[in-house]
Write a protein that binds this ligand. Sequence first.
Ligand code: AHR
Length: 512
Amino acid sequence: MKRLLLAALAASALSLHAQDVQLTLHPQDAKNVIPAEIYGQFAEHLGSCIYGGIWVGKDSPIPNTEGYRNDVLQALKDLEIPVLRWPGGCFADEYHWMDGIGPQENRPRLVNNNWGGTVEDNSFGTHEFLNLCEMLGCEPYVSGNVGSGSVEEMAKWIEYMTSDTNSTMAELRRKNGRDKPWKVKYFGVGNESWGCGGNMTPEYYVNEYRRYAIYARDYGKNRLFRIASGANATDNHWTEVCMKQIGPGRMKGLSVHYYAVRNWDEGKKGSATDFTAQNYYETLSKAMGIEKCVVDHMKIMDKYDPKKKVAFMVDEWGTWWEVEPGTNPGHLFQQNTMRDAIVASTSLDIFQKYTDRIKMTNIAQVVNVLQAMVLTRGDQMLLTPTYYVFTMYKPHKLGTFIPADLTCEQITVNDKESVPQVSSTQSVKDGVITLSLTNTDLSHEHTVAVNVDGMQIKGAEGTIINARNISDYNEFGKAEKIHPEVFKGTQVKKGQLLVTLPAHSIVTLTLK
Ligand code: AHR
């Protein structure tokens, strides 16, 4: 850490004041609305995401509402989550939904084979999840079990959740306390079917998809948005086969998973909190590599679906570090620093550029797992820097993306890789422009000269998150080190806005 601190001190001495970054917004070319689902979340039965994180049960000493812990519930309500994916992840392809209905005390116990062999009591099941979505006002995204479940099991689950008839499944739901069907929009036909979801080849999976999806029926007014399990990161062949053999008529969405992990194969993911400047830039380069990954997949999608009927869903993304020392290696509990915040903002900047095709993304995961929004320890809870990025980016939801030209220098990572000093995204909603800027540079502030075609900027206001050190994070029981603060680094000169971004900071502004 000393090295980082010295670098930061040297940088402030050298502080660059020049307007070294130029950004020009072209609102006249704005056409793609940013779906709220770009800000989607993911909750898997993994570690303490569900049990202990979201759900403590009615009898817990931790303050709760019908079993959902109050502090987390409030934090998630404040986040205004548009869509929540559940129950996995790898867990989904070993989940048998009937084990999670009926009186909680009678439900069978299961061994969570994917994640640490933890025994779960199934007290959080279909009702608990769908009721949570209603409380949060978000769309549920249910992942069906293709890997180890039958077509019948999946078909009955959908009937149980969404049928308003007097069929046996709908009556069973009523007997278990829910009269009206839930609205379930998003339905995943398997997860990572190339790996934990069945170890299939794409040629095999496409047939399985077609068979399962046809029995994933629409009941009453419910219309399922069926999503095919997509590629592992840059596996373009998977996308090619899905687009060719499933095609737009049979699927509404195709997914991809991309984690910002280097050295995955060597098993050295690196510490969440103890890292060098070089580690930081390497991670950022990997994270921003998601742009090439999605663009390559989308080119294949365009070949088979030029009208863009099939949505592309990045339904798992984010950082993945070694677990916090002393925690269960299968529970993927990691801290979350300013580095994670910059991975989040730069990734969201990329997703917002491609919303003509990308219609949903789900950061992994919402509580206590990987790049979480919220961390809990016993009855304590904290909000991570990544949570705050999501709150700062809220005004972009349902705004129209504004194309822009950004000119800045690159920071060299190694002979092959570099990252831009500054990343931006911008949108307009109800005539108001929101601009988000990230200074990725650990050592220098940068001043961005912002121009908007056809508009004289009169002023700007907004918030910043920053930290003394890139490796700073919010700790249990201590005052927050990182949270949004009022940003004071703007100046207007002749209709142009000058924004001075401190090293490793994220700013969101409303232009006037
Ligand atoms: O998010 C953790 C795991 O990562 C998910 O269960 C799986 O889909 C992916 O490999």
